[in-house]
Write a protein that binds this ligand. Sequence first.
Ligand code: F6R
Length: 367
Amino acid sequence: EKGGWSSFMAKEVAEQPEAVAKTILGRVHDGQVVIPELDGLDELFIGINRIIITACGTASYAALVGKYAIEQWARVAVDVELAHEFRYRDPVIGADTLVVSISQSGETMDTLMAVKYARERGARTLSICNTQGATIPRESDAVVYTHAGPEVAVASTKAFSAQITALLLLGLHMGRVRGTVADASVDVAELQALPEKIAKVLASEQEHVEQLAGWMADTRSVLFLGRHVGFPIALEGALKLKEISYIHAEGFAAGELKHGPIALIEPGQPVFVLLPSPRHSALIHSKVVSNIQEIRARGARVIVVAEEGDVAVLPFADEVIRIPLAGAMFEPLLSVVPLQIFAMALATAKGLDVDQPRNLAKSVTVE
Ligand code: F6R
């Protein structure tokens, strides 16, 4: 039940610290990530030269974050493919390919068909799923469950955070098995600090973001820009807004701006920008700051999600939403939270039912 919350979505957004903590629980031993479900399955990760992560919708954006983390830690090439595209071409896969599928429900027909197809082609299969005993995990060689608890709202929030968490765990687990991560202690500490940091974002930015959404109730289009792991978060921020507030929204890789989307910028156009910490890469940070300057110069209304203490952006931002300091791969779990709150608050300001958006079903069990 909803408890005291105004919607299931509000409840589920607030449950994210717990969803992440429960997904990590029992999977860290002596400063290393060891996923008990994968015990004895090292051969899934050794002798492969390629990983394809397949999923739909929000789960495919979690997959994109996973690509950055797994490539960095496990040093194996990762591609992300929408399940319905993967299945309907003639992909080059075989015994040297690990196909990872991600599904909250475990029943999404497009994703299920992709898993069956991968198996028929001789690939190894692993699923990340939030529903015990669902069809997709039953069809896979291995499963890593997310422990977000039941997600009722149609728009996925806590399951998304739990999916990213599971992918980070998988990346560190694989890195250990493949011998490409010598010392995981810093990353493990980052993982374990996440629930508290997510709670901090919820506590410190909820009101601010709700107020922002209140001012923007008449907005007809919102753009989202991100770079590196901020790119999939830009896509997710846009999807949440489309789904529940029916506002046109698009997410872009910030580097694409000058290749086309900057033509959309006109005075008053709201743009969310996910600014990565300068501590991860001064270069990436400075590139995104330049993007902010470029769109501001053309009149965009710029809302920046930035690390606490990053003042580089203050002269060019209309609004700054603050997130705590976190490692590069961990920042998406913090920066997505204000975007979820924004979508929810804007839908509420428009008088919409955030739990039951029109035309959508929680689980898409047809192709
Ligand atoms: C977005 C959303 C959908 C699902 C997608 C996959 O908020 O909920 O995009 O993420 O339909 O669903 P699962 O994860 O159940 O396979």
